[in-house]
Design a protein around this ligand. Structure first.
Ligand SMILES: NC(=O)c1ccc[n+]([C@@H]2O[C@H](COP(=O)([O-])OP(=O)(O)OC[C@H]3O[C@@H](n4cnc5c(N)ncnc54)[C@H](O)[C@@H]3O)[C@@H](O)[C@H]2O)c1
Length: 364
């Protein structure tokens, strides 16, 4: 089968991201090629994704002589915690898992983040392969090696950097994804365009309505995903541990994560929160004189065309998100590093600013 491979540099060795519709059929072959002689694989998913795509994969793996140990996390961000990790570790330790036996993570960002975190601490590390099934997972979470779980104090506060051995992206999986989830993924794709991908910005300019529509155009999605993956791969290859450039990927995330936490991780999807977070960043940037006037409007227009929300939830005041902003992992000595748009296609990192300017982020 023909596929594109985008390479990612990592301290623990380079890995490839292979992208093509129908690529899931090649998984047994790829596993052999990369994982060597291991004939045992942990197929980790959740009940929703397993019901849609797990069976066919299981059959393929078994046909090719793999012994498969299945484990499902419960579906949902609210299960992204240490209890779920413990359950996963229990299953594989009882199976007498060995260091050479890989985990294959079939699912969205929640399955990917948790499965890879469990893999990073099981026997001090077993190999991980991602088979991402949501837009967020295909364009973002499966690439770059960030793993982890949430804590009552904030999102993703426990985790590790643990790069995969390979990522196999099949845009065909997105066909079963709800329209709301697909649109939510567009929040991240818009982010890649805004932080510096002019080719993607052009594509979105032409095709955002079509990407946000009910009708699923596989080729168009494949193009948007390929461009986004290329961006993520380039950025994490340059700055794996987020000391500079990688922080740019957090455009909209500081406010977005705080919003998700203030809402108790329910009622809003990650990409929706990122979209609203990018509007917050633009408002703060315009107030600070960093962001070109009119940028907030431009971003709002893109979100609207993608079918994403642009109205900040009325019940969430600035005071409600403030504690979560301070808890952001990117903060140093209690001060948050902000990623602000200068204009579409260009962002800056800002640390020294008057915090009273942050209140304009929230328009209620
Ligand atoms: N590690 C990173 O760098 C990184 C980056 C971005 C986001 N994340 C994390 O990713 C998570 C969000 O990921 P997500 O948006 O994929 O959410 P998710 O994993 O919760 O998936 C969303 C929903 O879609 C369902 N689903 C998945 N694939 C499907 C398919 N093909 N068809 C039908 N339903 C399907 C899931 O069961 C779930 O109900 C957050 O926890 C976030 O912190 C991590």
């Amino acid at each position: 089968m023909m596929f594109q491979e985008i390479m990612v540099a990592s301290q623990s060795g380079p890995y490839g991201i292979r992208i093509a519709s129908g690529i899931y059929r090649c998984v047994p072959e790829f596993l052999r090629e990369i994982a060597g002689e291991s004939f045992r694989v942990g197929l980790i998913s959740n009940p929703t994704v397993r019901a849609l795509h797990g069976e066919v994969l299981l059959t393929l793996l078994k046909e090719q002589g793999f012994t498969v140990v299945n484990f499902d996390f419960q579906d949902g961000e609210k299960f992204k915690n240490m209890t779920s990790i413990q359950e996963c570790l229990d299953v594989f330790l009882r199976e007498k898992w060995e260091r050479k036996d890989p985990f294959l993570l079939l699912g969205g960002g929640v399955v990917g983040d948790m499965g890879a975190f469990a893999a990073s601490i099981l026997l001090r590390g077993v190999p991980v392969f991602h088979l991402p099934t949501t837009v967020v997972a295909q364009t973002d979470s499966s690439v770059g090696g960030k793993t982890g779980v949430d804590h009552a104090e904030g999102k993703n506060l426990i985790g590790s950097f643990y790069p995969p051995k390979g990522v196999w992206v099949d845009p065909g999986f997105l066909e079963t994804l709800s329209i709301r989830e697909r649109r939510s993924g567009l929040g991240e794709i818009i982010k890649y365009a805004l932080i510096g991908d002019l080719e993607l910005l052009e594509l979105l300019d032409r095709e955002l309505n079509r990407l946000g529509s009910e009708l699923f155009d596989r080729d168009l999605w494949e193009t948007a995903i390929r461009l986004s993956v290329r961006d993520k791969a380039r950025i994490v290859s340059e700055d794996e541990h987020e000391s500079g450039l990688r922080m740019n990927l957090n455009l909209g995330h500081t406010f977005g994560h705080a919003l998700e936490a203030a809402m108790g991780y329910s009622g809003i999807l990650h990409g929706e929160a990122v979209g609203l977070g990018m509007l917050c960043a633009a408002r703060v940037g315009e107030r600070l004189g960093i962001t070109e006037k009119g940028t907030e409007k431009t971003i709002a227009g893109m979100l609207r065309r993608a079918g994403l929300p642009v109205e900040w939830p009325r019940q969430i005041s600035y005071a409600r998100i403030a504690p979560f902003l301070r808890n952001d992992k990117k903060s140093r000595s209690g001060k948050v590093t902000l990623i602000l748009p200068v204009a579409p296609g260009h962002v800056v990192r800002v640390r020294d600013y008057d915090e009273t300017n942050l209140t304009v982020a929230v328009p209620v």
